[in-house]
Design a protein around this ligand. Structure first.
Ligand SMILES: [Ca+2]
Ligand SMILES: [Ca+2]
Length: 92
């Protein structure tokens, strides 16, 4: 498998609590039948590498305005993202 440098960790609750997932490059559907644990649940995230866009719906539909550079985002609402609403995301 080729190394993919873009890396984000998304969390169920604010302040990096609750369940989490590592995502590399992109996730087109957090509501996938194999793992829907964090669909419409993300409340905080950490961008480890890459610049990321977050979307309200699956398949990169209806983006949030902001692009997120590496850093810690402890409460999505502080960064213009609705709580418990992200359904897809990708590095841009
Ligand atoms: Ca949540
Ligand atoms: Ca959603």
């Amino acid at each position: 498998m080729a190394h993919r440098k873009e890396h984000i960790i998304v969390f169920e609750h604010r302040n990096f609590r609750g369940q989490h997932r590592h995502i590399f490059g992109e996730e087109s559907n957090l509501n996938h039948s194999e793992d829907n644990t964090l669909n419409d649940k993300i409340s905080s995230f950490i961008v480890l590498s890459g610049d990321w866009k977050l979307y309200r719906h699956a398949n990169f539909s209806t983006a949030y305005d902001r692009t997120f550079a590496p850093g810690e985002y402890s409460w999505v609402v502080d960064f213009g993202v609705e709580n418990d609403n992200v359904s897809s995301l990708k590095a841009v």
